[in-house]
Write a protein that binds this ligand. Structure first.
Ligand SMILES: Nc1ncnc2c1ncn2[C@@H]1O[C@H](COP(=O)(O)OP(=O)(O)OP(=O)(O)O)[C@@H](O)[C@H]1O
Ligand SMILES: [Mg+2]
Length: 113
């Protein structure tokens, strides 16, 4: 199993959720985060002509734990759903997961996710 952390523009959340649903992936966490990437935020022009740097921008982080076999499908679907082509489109991280347990039944592994 892998945990996929998907950091996206907030306005793309519905598209990404729909893309995951279409793959039969329903369980997820959605978190509001602030973050920055390679450009270290954005620089706005202030009223007096001064530069105002906002270095932490609002993003959404979606976390899903999926079977190893699903990882490439998830990446492809999320990229298609979240991409605008502009800087700040987000990032995807894939992290190994040792175990999953469904609390109600005690099931473990792939069947528990
Ligand atoms: N190396 C990183 N580690 C953890 N989170 C990151 C990392 N890079 C980006 N993020 C998160 O992803 C968000 C979006 O990053 P962003 O898409 O701007 O990445 P980028 O590398 O700057 O790519 P681009 O050049 O397309 O903007 C950031 O606001 C931050 O929340
Ligand atoms: Mg960036």
């Amino acid at each position: 199993m892998k945990k996929i952390e998907i950091i996206i523009r907030p306005e793309r959340l519905n598209e990404v959720k729909q893309a995951l649903d279409d793959l039969g992936i329903h369980g997820m966490n959605v978190l509001s985060v602030t973050g920055r990437g390679a450009q270290r935020g954005v620089v706005h022009q202030g009223r007096g002509g001064e530069s105002v740097t906002v270095d932490m921008l609002p993003k959404i982080k979606v976390e899903v734990v999926v079977a190893d076999l699903a990882v490439e499908r998830v990446i492809d679907a999320v990229v298609a759903a979240a991409r605008t082509g502009n800087i700040g489109d987000g990032k995807i991280f894939v992290i190994p997961v040792d175990e999953a347990v469904r609390v109600r039944t005690g099931e473990r592994g792939d069947v528990a996710i």
